[in-house]
Ligand binder design. Structure first.
Ligand code: PLP
Ligand code: COI
Length: 348
């Protein structure tokens, strides 16, 4: 199956309208693939042309959703280098997820090497600075055939990339979100804390319903008390009240976002009090500013939140000052516009 190992095309530029990038899939040149048989070590991965996979209809991933993914970005920095943001954190999270889902963890060095190789061999797809990023999608899944509900006999680790623009339509414009009283994303003891592929399909219909009504996404509440904020679709939630920044604590039901932990560190480094705590939805609706963060979402201001009959607008529908400060700080570090005081950027 590891065919098409021809050299990367000599073409150095791509026919893309970089000003119109959205968060959508564009087929690129090359992908990385490695395999591992149950109980054995990972074989050396290889780069190959981007192409469809051949999978057994009985593979663990198709039948029982045994799989996880990661999301990262490579982008041009001010110094002309293509850089990643804290890739070791994604490597670590993927290992934790692999253990939870009964799959062989990918050693950190192998993970980082796969990411770098895939970016390098698709370098012409990295958007110019400020126009977007090359989104990196590592996947780990049970590719072997299995009928009983048990870990697959073979696993595949694959990395592909796609140039992307803003995750939310409208880019920096504050989003309108709806709190769901009907749907939950995860329950205690489940897989909400890892990036399991199975966490995402159940959110599609709720998200589609919200979008049909003009919202950008759903805010999920906890599945036990139905009142504490968990996450925003595929991003972590923050709110600010009296200059105190709060974000839901990690209880195992929400994803420990790399952007979340970066924003916490950045805010603390700038002297803000940051609380990781239970956030009652009524506290959030009464906040001065709300925003959500993630690799795809970056730092996105929340303009309005609807919960039941109540609708609240933050900062007159504009991006709040602390939201803007966090956005500027994070993106300036990611693009090396300011000194990377934490050592978070890594050259490919
Ligand atoms: N929460 C969920 C459910 C996600 O899918 C993501 C995206 O990765 C995040 C939060 C944000 O995590 P990160 O900042 O690591 O991208
Ligand atoms: C990311 O931010 O990397 C994500 O995984 C979001 C994605 C589900 C679109």
């Amino acid at each position: 199956m590891l065919t098409g190992v021809s050299a990367v095309s000599e073409k150095s530029s791509v026919d893309m309208d970089w000003d119109s990038l959205t968060f959508s899939f564009t087929k690129t040149d090359r992908m990385y693939v490695a395999r591992c048989n149950e109980g054995e070590e990972w074989e050396k991965g290889l780069m190959q042309d981007f192409e469809n996979l051949s999978l057994s209809p009985a593979s663990g991933v198709i039948n029982y959703g045994q799989g996880l993914f990661e999301g990262m970005k490579a982008q041009y920095a001010e110094d002309g280098k293509v850089v990643l943001f804290r890739p070791a954190e994604n490597a670590r999270r993927s290992r934790e997820g692999a253990r939870r889902l009964g799959m062989p963890p990918i050693p950190e060095e192998m993970f980082l090497d796969a990411i770098k190789q895939t970016v390098k061999e698709n370098i012409r797809w990295v958007p110019p600075i400020g126009k977007g990023a090359l989104y990196i999608r590592p996947l780990l899944f049970g590719s072997g055939a299995i009928l009983g509900v048990a870990p697959a006999p073979e696993f595949t680790f694959l990395v592909y990339v796609s140039p992307v623009g803003p995750y939310f339509k409208g880019g920096i414009k504050p989003t309108s979100l709806r709190v769901s009283d009907e749907f939950h994303r995860a329950a205690p003891g489940g897989s909400g804390g890892v990036k399991a592929i199975g966490n995402y399909a159940p959110g599609m219909v709720p998200s589609k319903m919200a979008k049909k009504d003009g919202f950008s996404e759903i805010i999920y509440l906890d599945a036990v008390n139905h009142k504490y904020v968990e996450e925003v679709g595929a991003a972590n939630f923050f709110c600010v009240k009296n200059e105190i920044i709060s974000t839901p604590e990690l209880t195992g039901t929400i994803l420990a976002g790399v952007t979340r932990s970066s924003v916490i560190e950045l805010a603390k480094s700038r002297g803000y009090e940051v609380r990781e705590e239970k956030i009652d939805i009524s506290y959030a609706m009464d906040a001065d500013e709300c925003f959500c963060v993630g690799t795809a979402a970056v730092v996105s201001a929340i303009g309005t939140i609807e919960h039941g009959e109540k609708v609240v607008e933050f900062c007159g529908g504009r991006v709040g000052p602390i939201t803007m400060e966090m956005y500027e700080l994070l993106t300036s570090i990611q693009q090396r516009k300011i000194a990377d005081e934490f050592g978070w950027t890594v050259e490919v």
